[in-house]
Write a protein that binds this ligand. Structure first.
Ligand code: FAD
Length: 321
């Protein structure tokens, strides 16, 4: 049966994050010919609605409010609940991002609905969406569905392919006025540490370094390789603990979970907590001087040797090609 699906777009620095487009594709699968309604929250985000439509949203609801300029749990929750009151969706999909992870369980609880988080694939069986999600730190996958009522779901970035952008797609854009009150927190200013380059959680190529890189300066050649491939630099907790790089770059169980097309693990042993954040990468290349390092068990390509010799050769070869 055709359904109404609400997909909440995520805006960062005035631009929609890729996971919003992936969530629309997920919504299309679940809608089964029904309607996918994109929702945009912010202070002045109407200009982004066409992009959501070009990626497949049938219609967009824009909520502009000064208290939605920066994310706060309270304001987003209040605004989205009012959107749901008007739209009455059967399924609500957000990205499994910091925002999605924070607000979706609260929304599901308030709406007395089922929640499925961190889905990496979606199929429809007998009209019901079935979500595949990793468990045991990515060692196994389970399929889950909500038997009755509304379903809230978050999808892991970089797993469900977005539809191709098509500027000929058209759809209605409407605005909804919401009442936001009694906020327990307000954001006065956002001061972001300048990391530069590609966003780690959405990067297609990640060049990650571990304690084997040995210093802050040792990350320079990794950055050069990442830049050459249009990718981002990541790190193990070992490298972060040793102060070679910022914790914002940490990948793993207590860091970011990433699924790039290509993941370089350089001087990283492959502890289970690191694998939890990257083992679903499509192609893994490991460089390690220890042939017994556990990272080689998950690697598609392994190079046993000294990273300080291998990385510059790899970079040079890529420059030459
Ligand atoms: P090491 O284990 O020290 O490995 C360094 C590797 O570099 C070795 O394999 C070595 O052979 C290789 N090497 C050294 N020199 C060279 C060279 N010149 N050339 C090539 N290779 C070289 N870790 C994470 O990464 N992410 C997490 O989110 C995370 N969460 C955790 C949560 C908990 C509760 C706990 C207990 C631990 C967590 N850890 C996490 C830590 C994890 O257990 C490991 O300690 C950590 O991943 C090790 O980092 P590493 O591989 O960089 O360092």
């Amino acid at each position: 049966m055709a359904k109404k699906i609400v997909v909440v777009g995520e805006v960062r620095d005035g631009e929609l994050r890729n996971v919003s487009f992936e969530a629309i594709a997920a919504g299309k699968t679940v809608a089964d010919g029904g309607e996918v309604v994109g929702v945009l929250l912010g202070e002045n985000v109407s200009g982004l609605s066409e992009t959501l439509i070009h990626y497949g949203a049938d219609r967009v609801v824009v909520v502009n409010h000064k208290d939605l300029k920066s994310y706060t749990t309270d304001a987003y929750q209040q605004a989205l609940l009012q959107v749901f009151d008007v739209e009455n969706p059967e399924v609500v999909i957000l990205g499994h991002t910091a925002i999605g992870k924070d607000v979706t369980p609260r929304l599901a609880m308030k709406a007395n609905a089922g929640l499925i988080s961190d889905a990496v694939a979606i199929e429809v069986e007998a009209g019901k969406p079935i979500f595949t999600r990793p468990i045991y730190s990515g060692k196994a996958f389970e399929k889950k569905k909500v038997n009755e009522g509304v379903v809230f779901a978050t999808i892991r970035p970089n797993n469900i392919a977005a539809l191709d952008i098509d500027p000929s797609r058209s759809g209605d854009v409407s605005t909804l006025t919401v009442d936001i009150k009694d906020l327990r927190t307000t954001i006065r200013d956002v001061v972001r540490k300048a990391t530069g380059g590609v966003d780690l959680s959405e990067a297609n190529v990640i060049v990650a370094g571990g304690r084997g890189v040995k210093s802050k300066e040792g990350f320079g050649p990794l950055k050069e390789l990442a830049d050459l491939l249009g990718g981002a630099v990541g790190a193990s907790r070992g490298a972060c603990d040793a102060d070679y790089c910022d914790y914002g770059l940490q990948i793993g169980q207590t860091g970011k979970v990433v699924t790039p097309d290509l993941y370089f693990a350089i001087g990283i042993s492959g502890a289970i907590q690191h694998l939890a954040g990257m083992s679903n990468s499509k192609v893994i290349v490991a460089i390690n001087k220890d042939p017994e390092a556990p990272i080689f068990e998950v690697a598609d390509y392994g190079i046993v040797g000294d990273l300080f010799e291998i990385v510059p050769i790899l970079t040079q070869e890529l420059k030459n090609s």
